[in-house]
Design a protein around this ligand. Structure first.
Ligand code: ZN
Length: 311
């Protein structure tokens, strides 16, 4: 990954050649400059000069010259970018990287999942059946806001209209796993469902979960299929919302579903994540290990619980 030009500029601006070189050599003052025995060629009298006012160094013996980055490169025998990183660390400058092609593509898709989430949230406000369901389950409005719950209307022409307004293509929707294309448009996978946006650890919306509000409709819970931005078993529902609480408590409660997680959150147990019906995977364990020391499994179904313990 390449370092962003802003980081290089900032290091160039901040790195003081005298300050940097005196970490390596003992410099002696001589008028307005400093001198030392040159580290790049053998000599008995100093011809290596550092000028703080010009912010450069130069050796009048071997001819090498440059700024602080150049010195660190040559002295440490490291690459330009490694020297920039080293100096950024010295001066507490955050190192920014340029996005790879894949990251650029993903960012584009996150913009779309965010817009779709806003569509679902608006439609929850308009849906009495969805609002009633949440009320009956005791879900408070602050919880609905925090988890950005939504509703996907039965009438898929509303989504059609919305994507036209927002310049989202049917192909985009297919890429994020929301629809299946048909001859006369598309079939909306989540129609009539309460929507739970699934976020990664940075808060990007990578997938959706949907719960049917019609008991006759199966399956009860439905998740997005795997897409370029969503790999099942690599993420945990609620990790974004619970991250601070995981770090603070150093422990995690692992549950199965959205509603389990949200219910616990609401009563103040916030160091909780959900596996979304799948068994607890190695990658999920790896993700949690960075933040917590212990995990408590709270699975209803014996089958999923056993699987989780074994893995
Ligand atoms: Zn020299």
């Amino acid at each position: 990954m390449a370092i962003s030009p802003e980081t290089v500029e900032e290091v160039n601006r901040v790195a003081n050649v005298y300050d940097v070189i005196s970490d390596y050599l003992s410099l002696k003052r001589q008028g307005s400059v400093y001198v030392a025995l040159c580290p790049f060629h053998t000599e008995k009298t100093p011809s290596f000069v550092v000028s703080p006012t010009k912010n450069i160094f130069k050796c009048f013996g071997c001819g090498i010259s440059g700024n602080a980055i150049k010195f660190v490169m040559e002295y440490e025998k490291i690459s330009y970018f490694d020297a920039v990183i080293k100096l950024a660390q010295k001066y507490n400058i955050p190192v920014k990287y340029l996005d790879s092609e894949k990251e650029k593509l993903n960012k584009g898709l996150y913009v779309i999942t965010r817009m779709i989430t806003e569509f679902y949230k608006e439609n929850l406000k308009k849906s009495q059946i969805a609002k009633d369901y949440l009320k009956n389950r005791g879900i408070l409005s602050r919880t609905i806001e925090e988890f950005e719950l939504g509703y996907c209307p039965e009438d898929s022409s509303l989504l059609q209209k919305y994507i036209q307004e927002k310049n989202i293509t049917v192909e985009d929707l297919e890429k994020i796993g929301l629809i299946t294309k048909t001859d006369n448009g598309f079939k909306d996978k989540f129609s009539g469902r309460l929507i739970f946006p699934i976020k990664d650890i940075k808060g990007n919306i990578i997938a959706f979960g949907g719960r049917t509000l019609d008991s006759a409709r199966q399956p009860k819970y439905l998740n997005s299929p795997e897409t370029v931005i969503y790999k099942k078993g690599n993420t945990l529902y609620g990790i974004y919302e619970s991250l601070e609480h995981l770090k603070e408590k150093q422990s995690v409660v692992i549950v199965e579903g959205y509603m389990d997680l949200i219910s616990l959150f609401q009563i103040g147990i916030k160091n909780v994540v959900a596996t979304l019906g799948t068994a607890f995977t190695k990658n999920q364990a790896k993700l949690l290990k960075k933040y917590v020391k212990e995990a408590v499994l709270m699975f209803d179904s014996d089958e999923a619980g056993k699987k989780a313990v074994i893995q």
